[in-house]
Write a protein that binds this ligand. Sequence first.
Ligand code: C2E
Ligand code: CA
Ligand code: CA
Ligand code: CA
Length: 278
Amino acid sequence: AKRAGKNHYQFYDEVMNKRAMDRLIMENAMRRALLKEEFELYFQPQYAMVSGVMTGIEVLLRWDHPQFGSVRPLEFIHLAEQTDLIIPLGEWVFQQTCEKISEWQKSGVRFPRVGVNVSANQFKREDFADWALFQVQRYGVNPAQLEIEITESAIMDDVEHSLQMLERLQKARIRIAVDDFGTGYSSLNYLRKFPISTLKIDRVFVEDIVDNQDTLELTQTIIAIAKSLNLGVIAEGVETRDQYQLLTRLGCNEVQGYFMSPALSESKLLELVAGKSG
Ligand code: C2E
Ligand code: CA
Ligand code: CA
Ligand code: CA
């Protein structure tokens, strides 16, 4: 048993070394990418279920890698979160979003809601709310247009801090969405106390809502909770007509997903909006 144990550790060491190496390579590549402005914002439209009107967009980060092309954040956000890179990266996303909103404003394009993801480490910072409000002011953005998306687990991690941050943001009229709702542990009591405006139902629910009765009932419960707390509710990752119709029947307000549209580059987004009105 001892020998097996030793082998096990040896193997573990090798894996760890490889991982540490990959991490180092990725970390350096990301640092370079920030300097060389290889990161880019994409935008996924959201729609009201009943009217079909576009209600907003979610800002999603892409890494336009010189060799690999457009890399999705699942491949690098996690790593960025383990290093401190997520802070400058997240700040870049937020600032860039404000800049875009103000540019669009000048050319007469306005989205009722622009959702921007804020990672747990970013949100944890003592000065997050002040920093965000400073940026909003600096770029002349109407704060009521912005919705900050924070995951359920990040909000529940330190409820005292969250309450403080969220209240400050709300006073300034920035809205808050709870991202990936249903995947963490929310205390309904806190949910009630937090100044939140939207719950985003995680894709894992939508994924098998059609085939799984338990999931269907859970989703129904989430929608009921949202309604009873007077919150908007957006279902994420809607890929099929069946899912769309089922969610409509359950009384879900809004949807986001490949069935309507993937995340778009800025030029594709503006084309879409121009096509609708012209
Ligand atoms: P999220 O916030 O839950 O964003 C939704 C993700 O689901 C996006 O993936 C989106 O492209 C994808 N999606 C949308 N509709 C569908 C669908 O119908 N089917 C499927 N299979 N997927 C769909 P993406 O862009 O790869 O982002 C993944 C995650 O990375 C995001 O999950 C978010 O947690 C994180 N992320 C993205 N951009 C940022 C950012 O700027 N800052 C931070 N902190 N995190 C970000
Ligand atoms: Ca999100
Ligand atoms: Ca989400
Ligand atoms: Ca997610």
